[in-house]
Each structure stands twice: as C-alpha cells, then as structure tokens.
Design a binder for this molecule. Structure first.
Ligand SMILES: C[S@@+](CC[C@H](N)C(=O)[O-])C[C@H]1O[C@@H](n2cnc3c(N)ncnc32)[C@H](O)[C@@H]1O
Length: 283
C-alpha cells in the first residue's frame, strides 16, 4: 500500500476541523496535548510520516501483523501504519478525550483502526496478542513506571515479537533549565536519557536490540514565525468558512502561546537526536 501527501494533509485537516473553536482565554489555559490537537498538530513522531514510512520499510510488518500503538494520542501514527501496511492496528492512550478524537477521525476517514483508553503500565490485553508494538517516543512522556510499562509490552507481545521505538534522545547533555522549561511546556517530566540509557532500559526488561536506523529529519532550522503564520492563516480560513468573526484578542492569544511553546521546543531540540530502534522480545 502507498500513501500520498494529499492523504496526510487530509488527516491533518480532519483533526483540525473536528476540534471545536475556543475563546482566547481557553487557548491560553488549555493543557498542552489539547492545544496541540487544537492547532491541528497530531503530535506525530519526529520526522512525521517519513519516519513512520522508514519504520515500516525496515520492518517485517505486513497485512497479517497485529500492531499495538502505545500512547496513540489523536491516532496519527496508527492511521499512517494502517494506510501503509493494512495490518490490524490498535491504539491505546491514557487520555479518554484523545481516544475520542481518534475515534471521530476514524469515522471521517473510514479506516478500520481501534482505539482504547488505558494505561500502558496495566494493559487490558491477553498475553502474546500482538506481533509488533510501535511507540513514537511515548516512554519519554511517562512520569514514572518505565519498567512496568516495558514488562507489560513484553507480556502482550508474541514470542519473538518486535518493539519499534522512534526514540528521541539527548545527544548532548542539556542544561537543567532547558529540560525544566520543555517539561513545563509539555506538562510532563521529560526523561533525560541518552541513547545508551534507552537501550539499557529495554535490555533490562527482556528485549534485544537487532537494528537501528537514523531519523534523518532535523527540525532545528524550522522558522517559528512561518509556522505561526501558517496556523493563523488556516484559522482565518476556517472562521471565514464558518462565517465566524476572528477577533484580534483571539489571534494574539494563539500567537503568544505558539511563540512561547515553539521557542522552548526549539531550544530543547538543539540537544536532541532521533533513532528508530528495533527490539526483539527475548523468551
Ligand atoms: C508524544 S505522544 C505520542 C505521539 C503519538 N503516538 C502520535 O503519533 O500522535 C505521548 C502520548 O502518550 C500518552 N501517555 C502518557 N502516559 C501514558 C500511559 N501511562 N498510558 C498510555 N498512554 C500514555 C499521552 O496521553 C500522549 O498522548
């Protein structure tokens, strides 16, 4: 199966359009994950759909595979996996509101993907249900219980099953205040790990690394102002379509929150690098 860039844009637009418009105060106070869905940013793996394609191309996933996407957020990676492989795909996320958004998108785009709300540290699945587990960096977002999550991942995988992690790690040790600012913006205590620490974490929990492929995309030269202009332009289009006036106060709130968030992320990204890691379950 193949996907076209129009398909990806369609997924982004559906996410954007199903989020009801909010007031300027709400834009400033909504939590980070809601905000990122609100601006139509599906919180995808670094490198976007190209990373998911690379992951699939370097794996043995096929239409008979049974994939679990952990920390599925609004479902973007799950949809891409389905479109690229036609495998059976289930996404799990701890936030019911994000799971609901994923289900709504599913109805729009008519893709057969299941989403359930649950904690990856205690998953509602039988032993050895899945051939593959995909995680687009979700371990970094767990405030605690990394070992428990990996034990659960081990339990629900078939013998020799595979975990693929699009792992974002610190290639340079970041100053404490950089991590602190990024964690505050993401509202989650970020894991301050280098690549070896991630590998050791998996290996301690019964997985063996058998392949690794670099995530080529580098976001460090993203022009923040261009991103903001694009989001504001799309906002104006949507409001025009719906005959809703767009107020200056609202535009300013959106611009301020975007500027603050993107500036902190860009600063953090200077210390990050990405690698797609392939682990096999040891029996
Ligand atoms: C960085 S996002 C993952 C991006 C997502 N896979 C995508 O492609 O759009 C991390 C996700 O992990 C979820 N999460 C955090 N802790 C979790 C837990 N204990 N169990 C399940 N999901 C969790 C968050 O709600 C968030 O949606």
């Amino acid at each position: 199966m193949s996907i076209e860039i129009e398909d990806i844009n369609y997924l982004y637009n559906v996410l954007y359009e199903i989020m009801p418009r909010r007031t300027s105060n709400e834009v400033l106070s909504m939590d980070y994950l809601t905000f990122s869905a609100y601006i139509g940013d599906p919180n995808v793996a670094p490198g976007g759909w190209k990373t998911i394609k690379k992951l699939v191309d370097n794996s043995n996933i096929n239409s008979k595979s049974n994939i679990l996407d952990i920390g599925s957020n609004t479902g973007h990676s799950s949809f891409l996996l389905k479109m690229l492989t036609d495998a059976k795909v289930i996404g799990i996320d701890i936030r019911n509101d994000l799971v609901d958004i994923s289900k709504k998108i599913c109805d729009y785009v008519d893709l057969n993907v299941d989403f359930i709300c649950g904690d990856i540290k205690d998953m509602p699945f039988e032993n050895k249900e899945f051939t593959h587990i995909i995680t687009t960096g979700t371990l970094a977002f767990l405030s605690n219980g990394h070992q428990k999550a990996l034990e659960e991942m081990h339990r629900v995988l078939i013998n020799n099953g595979v975990v693929i992690d699009t792992c974002l790690y610190y290639k340079i040790k970041p100053p404490k205040d950089v991590i602190k600012r990024a964690s505050q913006k993401l509202e989650s205590e970020l894991l301050n790990y280098d690549l070896n620490q991630y590998k050791e974490l998996y290996e301690r929990c019964g997985f063996k690394l058998f392949n690794q492929v670099s995530m080529s995309e580098d976001n460090s030269d993203v022009d923040i102002n261009k991103v903001i202009d694009h989001i504001l332009y799309r906002e104006e289009l949507l409001c025009k379509e719906e005959n809703m006036p767009i107020e200056e106060e609202y535009k300013l709130a959106l611009k301020n929150r975007l500027t603050e968030t993107l500036t902190v992320f860009k600063e953090n990204e200077n210390y990050l690098s990405g690698e797609i890691l392939f682990f096999q379950k040891n029996d």
